[in-house]
Design a binder for this molecule. Sequence first.
Ligand code: MRU
Length: 346
Amino acid sequence: MRTIFWDYDTSSVALIEQSLLPDEFKVIKCSTIEELADAIKRLAVRGAPALEAAGAYGIALAAHQIDCRDVEELKNFLRKAAKFLSSTRPTAVNLFYGIDRVLNAALKGKTVEEIKNIALSEAEKIADEDVVRNKLIGSFGAKLLEDGDTVLTYCNTGRLATVDWGTALGVVRSAIKEGKEIKVIACETRPLNQGSRLTTWELMQDGIDVTLITDSMAGIVMQRHMVDKVIVGADRIVRDAVFNKIGTYMVAILAKEHGIPFFVAAPKTTFDWSRNMDDVTIEERNRDELIYCHIKCKKSLIAPKDVKVFNPAFDATPLKYVTALITDKGVIFPPYEENVPKTLKF
Ligand code: MRU
């Protein structure tokens, strides 16, 4: 089953409600862009490639949601919807790619019906492409893994973070599919626990050997030679850094210190090669995520209620820590300044 898809019976965007996992598996349907924006903000749907599909389907949803017969009115509504959906989360560039691509395609339509059809078919194309490119990332990346390897990963980069298959976890899946025995160590990924709640859950569903550690245990497992490779995903790759879940930077430095290859797996649509580290806004999230034991039931305090909090959702890992970038166009090694544009044809 895909993480996010169009429900043709109700003309809504259906998605796996990830904030409930692993307690409960539930698919929700968003019938308005307001509902979809809310799902994005509270991370019911999350992960850069899944957000790309969410943005794309969001424009299709906007086209179906409004009851209007006037082409210009519809186009204006889509432009406003694009702005609104773009304001949900600032860091993952894929969200904007999905929104802009569907918007630009839909604006070429000449009738209301045509605009609706174009928007939906372009969004479906993006979702299908995501699955194809994840498989490509998987097969390119699998060559970097050896039989018997243990891979440490961070956050969730699997089926749940994409339309299907995954980026970093897609590499693990592809290597296993090729017959290699691969084990995974999943960091819990505080504060929202995408590693412990989602990565372990989805790997266990597939029968993949996974061991959970807290983020603060990344050092000891490397020191004890329990990790052969690190593979993470990305929310945005700029000329000098990889933006990914908060804590990735720390893991990258640890990997370098221990001589462990640190790979980043991401599709071409995650690259924002005209920008640098300082140009990117890092999302800062609600203080409640840090002071309550579980954000859903704001009951058990794990910090004094009034404590000062800093809660950035992502960090930037300088590219000098990255051994190679695993993309859907191939594996890219340094020097990135030269090899990224060459491989990705920017
Ligand atoms: O805040 P999230 O859960 O959306 O953050 C997700 C990540 O940081 C992932 O590592 C990244 O999007 C890559 S997913 C293939």
